[in-house]
Design a protein around this ligand. Structure first.
Ligand SMILES: [Fe+2]
Ligand SMILES: [Fe+2]
Length: 133
């Protein structure tokens, strides 16, 4: 079962970022549907997710900075918090703590959707305004 389905309500109207969000969603769904007993596979997906998130966040941050987006620092701080939380959970997961898998799943789903809808859409609007002329 898919945890998240991409739909137009998640579009930020910038193709490259929509594509990257779709890729992230794909990876989250893969994490969600992977066999829990296959630990190596789970960590491989999780590492891929952390790596791709970092790549995506840097792309967004570069554009935000170039266009003098006034909420750049706040937005960047959100990205950093996400990466540090997911790394913390990954560590707990390695240590074998129970329920962490569910926690990671929940974080991936709620954080990403909220972040796209509230924060990414806001900077994307600014980008479109800045570069339209
Ligand atoms: Fe994003
Ligand atoms: Fe973002």
């Amino acid at each position: 079962m898919k945890l998240i389905e991409w739909n137009e309500s998640l579009s930020v109207s910038v193709d490259s970022f929509d594509m990257e969000h779709k890729e992230l969603i794909k990876m989250i769904n893969e994490f969600n549907s992977s066999e829990k007993s296959k630990i190596d596979k789970i960590f491989e997906i999780l590492d891929g997710l952390i790596h791709y998130s970092d790549f995506h966040f840097k792309n967004e941050e570069r554009f935000m900075k170039q266009s003098n987006y006034k909420f750049y620092e706040e937005h960047k701080a959100q990205h950093e918090r996400f990466i540090s939380t997911i790394n913390k959970l990954k560590k707990q997961y390695i240590e074998g703590r129970p329920f962490v898998y569910t926690k990671i799943n929940r974080l991936l789903k709620t954080w990403l959707i909220e972040h796209i809808k509230k924060c990414d859409k806001k900077y994307a609007e600014h980008l479109i305004k800045t570069y339209k002329h």
